[in-house]
Design a protein around this ligand. Structure first.
Ligand SMILES: Cc1cc2nc3c(=O)[nH]c(=O)nc-3n(C[C@H](O)[C@H](O)[C@H](O)COP(=O)(O)OP(=O)(O)OC[C@H]3O[C@@H](n4cnc5c(N)ncnc54)[C@H](O)[C@@H]3O)c2cc1C
Length: 401
């Protein structure tokens, strides 16, 4: 019998597994894939999530593989106007006045390597959850493995199996919200965008050629995520990719696409994040369009309060009612704050440039962001407001010792 079984070996699953294992909890992580998935997804970690990585002891290693970043630029595609802004204004307000750039699979790999050093953590790849049933004492999970079906018994379960979560579906929970009509195409590209005047992070504002362009590493790999009409056939997105690149990198014929993935985008949340002995975290609990990088940010903030709470329950230092609070608070944080902001971010980059008053209003706000330190500081503080206070610091949750 495991104390906690985590379904899903993405960043959310591995971060929770590491936090629980470090607390002495007996953890099993099951991942359907043969290894940690490397797809072009999260690569920007906002300054506000870095303290949590530091608490887990993995920030220095993550920064060694990725890099710290303070400068960002909005670029209006039609006019060429550049609106730079810097995170320097955070200095003195946090020990982490910068964002971290790092592929999300690298973060999961760092956490996995640390787990490998702990005797109370077990990781299984090629292990897909197919069913679960719970009773008063625990949860029985049915797992498909290459050597046949396996039953795993666990006191608690975290569903961290992404937006298509089997855990969420097996619990019968709705994934409430909407799906955007557009498609995002995320590409990892070998090309020196700086040669074409792009900053290391450029938010390209345009209704047709809007994109988020950022340097991923120091070996010449960049991320360019753009949007196309969702009515176009998904399987031919690669045929249309050169047209997009021709527009944003005129004359460049030597870029090399390393990876490209089309995504449908959603603003959705599970109706609850806890059912009995099973809790949801990360994309399994909520999904957002990625503009502004609030998806994994929310997943990390879920994790930073979930694993200490669950560890305390397992170690009999807290009542499991704390998980109801987890469910209520994290859901509200996503639905009321993260999701609306992500929609607003998408509007600025991909839907503001139709001209007229709306564009001018948007640009006025961005120019102010560039030049007004107080305004910028206030805006940069937003992602910290997505964090929940530790659930265990509040007397209600903690049993008398
Ligand atoms: C283009 C793009 C860019 C993004 N950029 C950012 C960014 O810069 N910053 C940011 O904060 N967020 C960003 N995001 C969002 C971020 O990628 C997600 O929030 C993040 O992947 C969530 O991690 P997760 O571990 O919860 O889920 P996932 O990464 O989806 O991992 C889920 C895992 O569960 C496994 N699994 C699924 N079903 C089962 C099963 N039945 N049994 C066992 N295992 C299973 C899957 O194989 C997978 O490995 C971006 C997203 C996209 C699409």
């Amino acid at each position: 019998m495991y104390d906690v079984t985590i379904v899903g070996g993405g960043p959310t699953g591995f971060i929770n597994a590491l936090g629980l294992a470090q607390a002495g909890v007996k953890v099993r992580l099951v991942e359907a894939g043969p290894h940690i998935i490397n797809s072009p997804r999260a690569m920007v970690y906002h300054w506000s999530v870095l303290e949590g990585l530091d608490r887990l002891g993995i920030l220095a290693e993550a920064e060694g593989i990725g890099f710290r970043k303070q400068d960002y630029t909005y670029l209006v595609h039609r006019t060429g106007e550049r609106i730079p802004y810097s995170l320097e204004v955070l200095e003195g307000h946090t020990p982490y006045p910068y964002n971290l750039h790092l592929g999300q699979h690298r973060l999961a790999e760092i956490a996995m390597a640390r787990l490998g050093q702990l005797p109370n953590a077990e990781i299984s790849f090629n292990a897909r959850l197919t069913a679960l049933r719970q009773d008063a004492d625990g949860v029985t999970l049915s797992i498909d493995t290459p050597s046949g079906p396996e039953e795993v018994r666990s006191a608690w379960v975290i569903g961290a199996d992404g937006a298509g979560s089997a855990v969420r579906q097996l619990l019968g929970l709705d994934f409430e919200g909407m799906t955007w009509p557009e498609r995002f195409v995320a590409t990892n590209v070998h090309y020196d965008f700086e040669r074409h005047g792009y900053a290391r992070s450029t938010l390209l504002i345009d209704d047709t050629y809007g994109a988020v362009i950022a340097k991923i590493d120091n070996e010449g790999l960049w991320r360019c995520t753009y949007m196309e009409d969702g009515a176009l056939p998904a399987d031919t997105f690669m045929d249309r990719l050169p047209d997009f690149y021709r527009e944003i990198l005129p004359g460049a014929d030597d870029y090399r696409v390393d990876m490209a993935t089309p995504y449908r985008m959603h603003q959705r949340s599970a109706s609850r994040y806890r059912v009995g002995r099973v809790v949801l975290a990360g994309d399994a609990a909520h999904a957002t369009n990625p503009t502004g990088g609030l998806g994994l940010t929310s997943g990390l903030f879920d994790s930073y309060v979930l694993y200490p709470a669950l560890a305390a329950i397992v170690l009999e230092q807290a009542d499991d009612a704390v998980l109801d609070r987890y469910s209520d608070e994290r859901r509200a944080m996503f639905v009321d704050r993260a999701s609306p902001q992500a929609s607003a971010n998408k509007q600025v980059i991909f839907h503001a440039s139709g001209g007229g008053a709306m564009l001018e209003q948007t640009l006025a706000m961005l120019r102010r962001l560039s030049t007004d330190d107080d305004f910028r500081l206030d805006r940069l503080m937003f992602t910290r407001t997505l964090e929940s206070a530790p659930l265990l610091d509040r007397s209600l949750a903690v049993l008398p010792s």
